[in-house]
Design a protein around this ligand. Structure first.
Ligand code: IMP
Ligand code: MG
Length: 171
């Protein structure tokens, strides 16, 4: 754990998440938003983001398999847990920890468009823009980062480090 390098401190994260929450609150003023978190990495981001959103909101969660148990992306996305309720007619904001190759979010976008939501947006805490394979664009991005493997604030390496309050780089 000692060789982890801090990339964003808890304070930097809190400030940026507050800005994103304010932006979402303005964009959806007077409306209801459904925050749809991608398990498990996005849970801490969703819990902080939601408390910075002043609109009426509901939560739902979805789980997909992508990376397996390490740093390698298998390239395959599989639904492990679908939404509890239909997203039809709702203002859905997909809440994701990292937008990397875009495979996960392009898959989820396709799945959710089939529900015919009123609006569908993406909030990604981190964006590894240089790694993109699928042309996916997030509407709300916390930070754009270089191609480094990060952990903390919900994000894991083989299920470890999710509870770190700062976002750190794994050497
Ligand atoms: P994508 O399908 O390649 O965009 O992968 C997105 C998913 O890969 C994210 O939801 C993360 O769970 C995981 N991921 C990508 N990069 C990292 C990282 O640096 N640390 C931890 N998880 C990552
Ligand atoms: Mg993950």
């Amino acid at each position: 754990m000692s060789d982890l390098r801090v990339l964003f401190t808890r304070q930097q994260i809190a400030e940026r998440v507050a800005e994103l929450g304010a932006q979402i609150s303005r964009d959806f003023e007077g409306e209801t938003v459904t925050l749809l978190g991608v398990l498990k990495g996005a849970t801490i981001f969703l819990s902080d983001l939601s408390r910075n959103i002043t609109c009426d909101s509901t939560f739902d969660f979805i789980s997909v398999s992508s990376y397996g148990n390490g740093k390698q992306n298998s390239g395959e996305v599989k639904m492990m847990k679908d939404v509890d309720q239909s997203m039809e007619g709702k203002n859905v904001i997909l809440v994701e920890d990292i937008l990397d190759t875009g495979l996960t979010l392009s898959y989820l976008t396709r799945v959710l468009e089939a529900h015919r939501p009123r609006t569908l947006r993406i909030a990604a805490l981190l964006d590894k823009a240089a790694r993109r394979i699928q042309p996916i664009h997030a509407d709300y991005v916390g930070f754009t980062i270089p191609d480094e493997f990060v952990v903390g604030y919900g994000m894991d390496y083989a299920e470890r480090y999710r509870n770190l309050p700062d976002i750190c780089v794994v050497p």
